[in-house]
Design a binder for this molecule. Structure first.
Ligand SMILES: [Zn+2]
Length: 314
């Protein structure tokens, strides 16, 4: 295996990229159907406009939108670039996993990334997160950690394998408890302070899911790192929007955007469901924080937080 990867260093990363594009295509289905309680396996992909079944050659991940120039072959209805974008994002994140991490962690990371991408887009669309994904993610993180201690860096040489499995499961469960516990507490405080619901219950479970995959250090990083990323990106956006509104430019633009969103969402979300009242979903930032931690910062942040915590409890 080692000599093979030495001879073809691009092989595993390209497999991850292609696999990511295919998985991304499935994630599109999850993002559309899970919030509506629909099955993700049947019916097979169909045109949202005329209902015709989509042939496999019109359903090629990333490329289809370009090949068909954004119009369905059956009836010529426009379809959103978003599908291809989500496939491309998934492929790039998978590629990044393969380039930055050893193989077992990269595979575990691919599962983690898939859950994060689904949560990001469902939360952005509907301002809520289905339990199937978040609770399911917590369980998946725990089970995979238990079966493969390497992914939590919990493998201990010279001990029976079972000891490593228990240690890894504990890391995962502590991650869920610390993450969800802390965010639950923050949520309570925010409710008292602002006298309104500041974040959803879904976010509390979502951070538990990040903890299950990343440990408590990752959950902490996602909460604070995610908030920072959120502020850095959201504040300029809000200022920009406020400035547009002041010039009277945004009303029609916002309406157009909403029309398009309605068309591309298979028309099943009612108008007031997609109405957001200026609420900003917190989930996408948590997901982004979790992924950044997992891919780039886990060694550094974990070492720092662990030494800090051990000083605290000395
Ligand atoms: Zn059609």
């Amino acid at each position: 295996m080692q000599t093979f990867t030495d001879a073809f260093p691009w092989f595993i990363p390209s497999v991850f990229f292609i696999f990511g594009a295919i998985v991304g295509s499935f994630l599109n289905v999850c993002i559309l159907r899970l919030p509506r309680g629909m099955s993700i396996v049947s019916p097979p992909s169909h045109c949202f406009s005329c209902g015709a079944k989509i042939a496999w050659y019109d359903n090629i991940p990333i490329l289809s939108w370009f090949i068909l120039r954004g119009r369905a072959r059956c009836c010529g209805a426009k379809f959103s670039f978003r599908y291809s974008a989500i496939e491309l994002i998934t492929a790039c994140v998978f590629l990044c996993m393969a380039l930055c991490l050893p193989l077992p962690k990269a595979l575990f990371g691919a599962v983690f990334a898939s859950i994060m991408i689904v949560c990001t887009f469902i939360d952005a669309d509907t301002l809520s997160l289905p339990d199937v994904v978040t609770v399911g993610g917590c369980i998946a993180g725990g089970l995979i950690s238990f079966a493969f201690p390497q992914v939590q860096d919990a493998y201990m040489d010279g001990y029976p394998y079972f000891i490593s499995m228990i240690k890894s499961l504990i890391v995962s469960v502590v991650g869920v408890a610390v993450g969800s516990g802390l965010l639950y507490w923050i949520r309570l405080c925010a409710e008292v302070l602002f006298k309104r619901e500041a974040m959803g219950e879904g976010d509390v479970v979502l951070i538990g899911c990040i903890g299950a995959f990343c440990g408590w250090q990752g959950a902490l990083f996602a909460i604070f790192g995610g908030s920072v990323i959120g502020c850095v990106l959201v504040v300029p956006y809000m200022l920009f929007k406020a400035a547009l509104e002041k010039c009277g430019l945004s009303k029609s633009g916002a309406k157009e955007g909403k029309e398009e969103a309605k068309n591309t969402n298979e028309g099943a979300l009612s108008a007031d469901e997609s109405e957001d009242d200026g609420m900003i979903p917190f989930g996408p930032w948590l997901c982004m924080g979790g992924l950044i931690y997992y891919m780039f910062l886990s060694d550094f942040v974990r070492e720092y937080l662990t030494s800090f915590a051990s000083k605290l409890f000395e």
